[in-house]
Design a binder for this molecule. Structure first.
Ligand code: ARG
Length: 594
């Protein structure tokens, strides 16, 4: 092949990142496959071979067609590629294509890019170019008023927040919706229960707790005393019929609960654009039932309820109940009404629902019904399911309120902090404990596949050694204090020749690849790619921190190193924020691995 026919990998003026996108065009392979197959060559071997390696074996893993000798394949692919200002050498090894990078250019451009792009670093990559801006609705958290806020709600909150953050960072227009369980028989019970054992002051001062207590008590009472059950039923009837007095009480329960939720979500760093809820769709559900009927999709059962037959979708016994025998709507009916309403309101390109996998069938049915009603946009609806977590207990017992979890986190972290001698007095130990502890919880949850179930353990969340959120926070704080100690005076520029140690090169290689993990997470909505990237970055920073001294180095060397560390902190902070973690400037000292 003549040189001119080969394709240049890194076309100017793109930054010299390992342009997966270009590589994907030249090799005619999807970026996803390439990202998985490229790795940085470990420092000790780097001098001899290369900086990056593309494993042809793993690249072609899923290819069925018989392939000749892997080395021939590697050579054939490598022939399509040409060196340029960034790639200074391309060679082949046993089933690999090896790239050597122009180190000077790598250093200069990566660091400048990180500092210049700030929170946008990695997001301007060609991997995302041409990505159309979409309208995305993310519905998450969605607890039920007066009922337990369980671990499933907690997971929905942090996962949904991550997805919304990521989509927003990618430039999409995101609407965050909290769809509260704010309707149903529980409000009949609450209405009656509040009249029997409710206290206005308690409701005002601690609504979530008080409503839950009333709910538990009235449930017990109703089980033994038929008249209580009857009056609860009547109260709910009044609500359904729009009785002003009953609705007034319901509204008060809802408003006070939402107010408290907003306050607690704020501690988590989570916000919503809309507090919607099942109650909004009481009337619209009736319209949905009429529509279903007019389209001939509603089938009455002998008991008087109504169902939609979904057996056409491959499952002969599939039906979805959409109306009770008394004419009232069900969970699924309200979800149909809510989806239609949101389409009207937001004209979304994608709507994502985040709940545990127990609701997979429910959403499948809702989307199928929308489809057979003729709403082709049903295809734009997506359910992101996650696995079940068992055994999350606090000192007070099972998790009942979100605040219990925050309280437990704070308590455990403060205890950890007390057991370690800190050199610095923390300004606000409570807040620091909460933020560091939350990071620990989030990282622990995000490390695996979202769909996996796991057994919860506080010890694992807070283990003092290893790959935890505490480690990320600690690394961030250490880097922050470097800047604090040495100031920004050095940071006007840097000499690339001062960053040639293997520790610097490894960090630069890693920083270069931030766009790839963002890309992977944007494809499968799994946070684990970002998590493992940040943990590796923190390990690299720890190694560099040991060897690349600032104190005692010449101003030129110190300046360049500070520049490098500042870049690491910036990318670390960006990644943490995407995951929903607030990077702290100061943390307790860690009984650490280094
Ligand atoms: N409130 C529901 C629950 O706790 C979750 C709501 C999920 N969203 C929805 N659109 N159905 O199980």
């Amino acid at each position: 092949m003549a040189d001119s026919e080969k394709t240049c990998l890194f076309l100017p003026p793109s930054p010299p990142c390992l342009e997966i996108f270009q590589l994907s065009r030249v090799l005619d392979l999807p970026p996803e496959n390439l990202i998985k197959s490229i790795s940085a060559v470990p420092i000790s071997r780097k001098e001899e071979i290369a900086d990056f390696q593309l494993s042809v074996n793993s690249l072609l893993e899923n290819n069925d067609h018989s392939r000749p000798d892997i080395h021939v394949q590697a050579t054939r692919l490598a022939e399509k590629l040409k060196c340029d200002t960034v790639v200074s050498e391309i060679s082949t090894g046993q089933g690999t294509i090896n790239f050597k990078i122009n180190r000077e250019l790598l250093t200069k451009t990566v660091l400048n890019q990180v500092i210049e792009d700030g929170s946008k670093y990695g997001l301007k990559s060609e991997l995302f170019s041409g990505l159309p801006q979409k309208k995305i609705v993310v519905e998450f958290s969605s607890p039920n008023i007066a009922k337990k806020f369980h671990v499933g709600h907690l997971r929905s909150t942090i996962i949904g927040n991550f997805i919304a953050n990521l989509k927003e960072a990618l430039g999409h227009q995101v609407t965050r919706i909290n769809y509260l369980g704010d309707w149903g028989m529980q409000f009949g019970l609450l209405g009656t229960g509040f009249q029997l054992f409710g206290y206005e002051e308690k409701l005002q001062s601690n609504p979530l707790q008080h409503l839950f207590e009333v709910y538990v008590q009235v449930n017990k009472e109703a089980a033994d005393d038929k008249s209580v059950a009857k009056s609860a039923h009547e109260f709910f009837q009044r609500l359904e019929l729009g009785d002003v007095q009953a609705l007034g009480l319901w509204q008060k329960f809802r408003d006070l609960s939402v107010e408290e939720y907003i306050r607690i979500y704020k501690r988590l760093g989570v916000h919503f654009d809309e507090y919607s809820g099942e109650s909004f769709y009481r009337e619209k559900s009736q319209e949905v039932l009429k529509m279903l009927d007019s389209k001939g999709l509603l089938q009455k059962t002998v008991k008087g309820s109504a169902v939609v037959d979904l057996s056409g979708n491959g499952n002969p016994s599939a039906i979805c109940t959409v109306m009770r025998s008394d004419g009232t709507s069900l969970y699924a009916t309200r979800d149909l009404a809510a989806a239609i309403d949101r389409m009207d309101k937001y004209n979304f390109d994608t709507m994502i629902y985040v709940t545990d996998k127990g609701q997979q069938r429910h959403f499948q049915q809702v989307f199928q019904i929308l489809q057979i009603m003729g709403y082709d946009w049903a295809k734009r609806c997506q359910h992101v399911p996650f696995g079940v977590v068992q055994g999350m207990k606090t000192r007070r017992g099972d998790v009942t309120f979100l605040e219990d979890v925050l309280h437990e986190i704070q308590l455990r972290m403060l205890q950890n902090m007390a057991s370690v001698k800190t050199t610095k007095e923390l300004k606000n130990p409570q807040e620091t404990a909460e933020k560091v502890g939350l990071a620990a919880l989030i990282i622990q949850d995000f490390r695996g596949l979202l769909l996996s179930d796991y057994q919860f353990s506080w010890d694992r969340v807070f283990q003092s050694r290893g790959d935890t959120g505490v480690f990320l926070q600690y690394t961030h704080a250490r880097l922050h204090s470097l800047e604090d100690t040495f100031g920004y005076g050095f940071l006007d520029g840097f000499n690339t020749a001062c960053l040639r140690e293997p520790q610097s090169v490894s960090i630069l290689q890693h920083l270069l690849r931030f766009d790839e993990v963002l890309y992977r997470s944007s494809q499968d909505l799994q946070p684990r790619h970002i998590v493992s990237y940040l943990l590796t970055l923190s390990h690299l920073a720890a190694a560099a921190h040991k060897t690349l001294q600032i104190k005692g180095s010449s101003p030129e060397v110190a300046g360049a190193r500070l520049y490098l560390f500042r870049a690491v902190r910036s990318v670390l902070a960006n990644g943490m924020k995407l995951l929903g973690i607030t990077p702290m400037p100061c943390t307790p000292k860690r009984t650490s691995t280094y």
